[in-house]
Design a protein around this ligand. Structure first.
Ligand code: GAR
Length: 210
C-alpha cells in the first residue's frame, strides 16, 4: 500500500473520507500522516480519533512560507509518504514546494475546473447561473487550482440553491470522488502523458457518481 500524507486547514471531511476508504482491505493507499497548518483545525481531532498520526506546522505572517514548507516537507518525508493529498488545505504553496512533490501532489476543488478556481466557488457559480457544477481532483501545478485533471463529477444546480445548500451537495460527491482518484493514482492507473491524465480503465460512468 502506498503511504499517503493529507494536508488540511480545517474541518477535514475529505480527509475523513480518504481515511474511511483506506480501511478497506483492497484500498491501495494507507494514510500515514495528517498535517495541518492550523492548530485549531477540526480535522486534527477526527484524524487522532481514527488513530492517524497528526502534525501541526504553524508558521503565519510575512516571510513564514519558507519555514512552513520546509517543516511540512520534512514531516512528510519522515512519515514515509510518497503522495500528498491536499484536502481543504487553504494556504498557497510555492512553486518550489510544488516542484519538490511534482506529480505526487493532488488536490480537490469544489468546481468543474477550469471554471471557478479560488475562493467563494459556490457563490460565484450561483452568480454565473450555471446549471451544472461539481468537483475536480487534479495534480497540483504552481498556479492555484490548476493542473492535470484526474477525475471530475457533475452536480446539478437548482435555482433554489444557496451557497450553503450547493456546497453540501457538492461535498457529498467530493467524498466519493477523492477516494476514487487516490485509488487511480496509487495503483498507477492515472498516468500523466504530457499535461493530461490518461486513465487505464473505462471510467466513463464516473459522472453517474453525482
Ligand atoms: C472542500 O469543499 C474542498 O473542495 C475545498 O474546501 C472544502 C474543505 O472541506 N477546497 C478548496 O476550495 C481548495 N481550493 P473539508 O475540510 O471538510 O474537506
Amino acid at each position: 500500500r502506498v503511504p499517503v500524507a493529507i494536508m488540511i486547514s480545517g474541518r477535514g471531511s475529505n480527509m475523513a473520507a480518504l481515511v474511511e476508504a483506506s480501511r478497506a482491505p483492497d484500498f491501495p493507499a494507507e494514510i500515514v500522516l495528517v498535517l495541518s497548518n492550523r492548530p485549531d483545525a477540526k480535522g486534527l481531532e477526527t484524524a487522532s480519533a481514527a488513530g492517524i498520526a497528526t502534525e501541526v506546522i504553524d508558521y503565519r505572517g510575512k516571510g513564514s512560507r519558507k519555514a512552513f514548507e520546509e517543516g511540512a516537507s520534512s514531516a512528510i518525508e519522515r512519515s514515509g509518504a510518497e503522495i500528498i493529498c491536499l484536502a481543504g488545505f487553504m494556504r498557497l504553496l510555492s512553486p518550489g514546494f510544488v516542484e519538490r512533490w511534482h506529480d505526487r501532489l493532488i488536490n480537490i476543488h469544489p468546481s468543474l475546473l477550469p471554471a471557478f478556481p479560488g475562493l467563494n466557488t459556490h457563490e460565484r457559480a450561483l452568480e454565473a447561473g450555471v446549471k451544472i457544477t461539481g468537483c475536480t481532483v487534479h495534480f497540483v501545478r504552481a498556479e492555484m487550482d490548476n493542473g492535470p485533471i484526474i477525475v471530475q463529477a457533475a452536480v446539478p444546480v437548482s435555482h433554489k440553491d444557496t451557497a450553503e445548500t450547493l456546497a453540501k451537495r457538492v461535498l457529498a460527491v467530493e467524498h466519493r470522488v477523492y477516494p476514487l482518484a487516490l485509488r487511480l493514482v496509487a495503483t498507477g492507473r492515472a498516468r500523466l502523458v504530457g499535461d493530461r491524465v490518461f486513465i487505464d480503465e473505462d471510467v466513463t460512468d464516473l459522472p453517474a457518481l453525482a
